[in-house]
Ligand binder design. Structure first.
Ligand code: NG6
Ligand code: CA
Length: 520
């Protein structure tokens, strides 16, 4: 069976090769008959902004290992997450489906049920169908179980039920309970005599909280984040028990790296898919002591350096195991940057001249471009010829594109086949894209961005980010005005009408209002 599949794959690659030889400019050969089915790795950052890497213009911080991917692969300058927050983007990258089609694809509490239907096609499921072995290491945040999870038994359905043969995850976010790792559905290191209880409604009797016991915290909360205290860090949600299973925040990055490396070593003999979802630079930023203070920019900068180092080590593992040239890496981030996301951690005070959003306007939670336009790189040593691409691409396109790569006919509902673009052989990206931020949507077509009118504050004060709300339509020409300074809605009504019409064709003309984020 494996041989048949491999032959099929090689045949597909030959077709691609022949298609690729059509024109003279297209010299890059994306595969030849000796190519084996490649391993595929998604390296997914949490809240890394468009301006957070030196390759994307950062001058105050140096990210040599991420930059090596950018310089050795295709660096996209119009690469998008589907959303300006985590859960919807993660839903979209795995399902190839716009997250606003699923009303539950919103920032989830740690007790939320799984929001991916177990019959839904996903990237790992599609790859399993092609003989791949599949794994996830890192942040999940797509819900677990089907309501009222008992954390002391196998927690299911979860990643293993939507396509991952192996899962080693943190359930939601680093700032949300339960603060434990979950291995294939089981809380790692749980002592059955010390069961875990989790609630997002009320505290458990006698348990300290960030609100009532600030003397027990080593990191102070700024907004939200004042429930249970774990390792001195006040979190979102209440948790009791499970002492032995609680993670060590400062060791989390090393812990996930070790799991990712182990996965590679154990699966290198067969084509594998690994979704390595790092937790940085999301809050709480808890760099390992060997990175603490190293950026001079406070913990946010320090954890970016830490993540960069992790990526370098991970790449070394691929090389040492002899599979670097047979592995396609897709590097990106789930949403744009935020500096203060709920803790006093010096990141604002020490930011200096660093601009996490780069030249873009807004940040996490925003319909302005910095909410969703993120670092986006495809890297495949020896196969992808390095270059920059301004093609419009979205993480949502990975499902169908990866399917084409491996010879599967599976497609995601909103996922375009941009394999040639991801391979650097074409710059013919998407024509249009619906973007989402906290249940609002906006539209990009060509170089134009349109944001419909929305009620609510223009700026979320707690995080100090302009989120794109305005009583009026907004229209920006991103080619001339990437910082979205000049609203051309009034001066170019024809373009505005065109974008509204195209947007509404996809989106309908309703929106669900703004998600209650406790953001004011
Ligand atoms: C918000 C949190 C924020 C972060 C975010 C999720 C508050 C006040 N803010 O609700 O700190 O956790 O959710 O981030 O609680 S994401 O990257 O996973 O989408
Ligand atoms: Ca995120």
């Amino acid at each position: 069976m494996e041989i048949i599949k491999r032959n099929l794959f090689q045949a597909t690659m030959m077709v691609l090769l022949l298609v690729g030889c059509k024109s003279k400019e297209e010299k890059v050969v994306i595969a030849d008959e000796t190519t084996k089915k490649p391993n595929i790795v998604f390296i997914y950052m949490d809240d890394l902004g468009y301006g957070d890497m030196s390759a994307y213009g950062a001058t105050e911080i140096s990210t040599p290992n991420m930059d090596a991917l950018a310089q050795g692969g295709i660096q996209f300058t119009n690469g998008y997450a589907s959303s300006a927050t985590c859960t919807p983007s993660r839903y979209a990258i795995l399902t190839g489906r716009y997250p606003w089609r699923n009303k539950d694809a919103k920032i989830l509490p740690g007790t939320a049920p799984l929001i991916i239907d177990t019959t839904q096609m996903t990237v790992p499921k599609m790859l399993q169908g092609e003989g791949y072995t599949t794994g996830i290491v890192g942040k999940w945040h797509l819900g677990l179980g089907s309501g009222n999870v008992n954390w002391n038994e196998r927690v299911s359905p979860g990643p293993n039920e939507v396509g991952f043969d192996y899962s080693y995850i943190l359930a939601a976010t680093q700032d949300r309970v339960p603060t434990v790792y979950i291995a294939d559905g089981y809380v790692d290191g749980l002592d059955p005599n010390d069961p875990i209880e989790v609630s997002y409604k009320e505290n458990f009797e006698g348990e300290p909280t960030g609100l009532d016991n600030p003397e027990l915290t080593t990191m102070k909360w700024h907004h939200g984040h004042n429930n249970s205290i774990v390792n001195g860090v006040p979190r979102i949600g209440y948790m009791k028990g499970g002492e032995a299973a609680k993670w060590s925040d400062v060791d989390m990055a090393d812990h996930f790296l070790a799991k990712a490396q182990q996965y590679v070593k154990e699966h290198k003999s067969k084509p594998f898919f690994l979704y390595y979802a790092l937790q940085q630079p999301h809050v709480p930023r808890t760099p390992h002591p060997r990175f603490a203070g190293k950026s001079g920019m406070g913990p946010r900068g320090d954890v970016i350096l830490e993540a960069d180092w992790m990526i370098g080590e991970f790449m070394k593992t691929l090389e040492d195991e002899g599979i670097l040239e047979n592995t396609l890496i897709v590097f990106s981030s789930d949403n744009g940057p935020v500096v203060n996301d709920g803790y006093y951690d010096d990141s604002v005070e020490k930011l200096g001249n660093h601009t996490p959003s780069g030249i873009l306007r807004g940040g996490k939670y925003s319909l302005f471009d910095a909410g969703t336009r993120v670092p986006f790189i495809t890297y495949w040593k020896g196969t992808i010829a390095p270059g920059k691409s301004d093609a419009l691409v979205c993480q949502i396109d990975l499902l169908t594109s990866m399917a084409t790569l491996v010879g599967s006919d599976k497609k995601g509902e909103d996922s375009e086949d941009l394999l040639e673009v991801f391979m650097g052989k074409s710059k013919d990206g998407r024509k249009e894209l619906v973007l989402e931020a906290t249940s609002r949507t906006a539209f990009r077509k060509g170089n134009w961005a349109m944001i419909p009118p929305y009620k609510g504050p223009a700026v979320i004060k707690s995080v100090n980010i302009e989120i794109g709300n305005s009583k009026e339509y907004q229209l920006y020409d991103l080619e001339k005005d990437p910082s979205q300074k000049a609203n051309l809605a009034k001066s170019n009504p024809e373009k505005l009408r065109e974008l509204i019409a195209d947007f509404e064709k996809i989106r309908g003309n309703s929106n669900n209002g703004i998600q209650d984020l406790e953001l004011k």
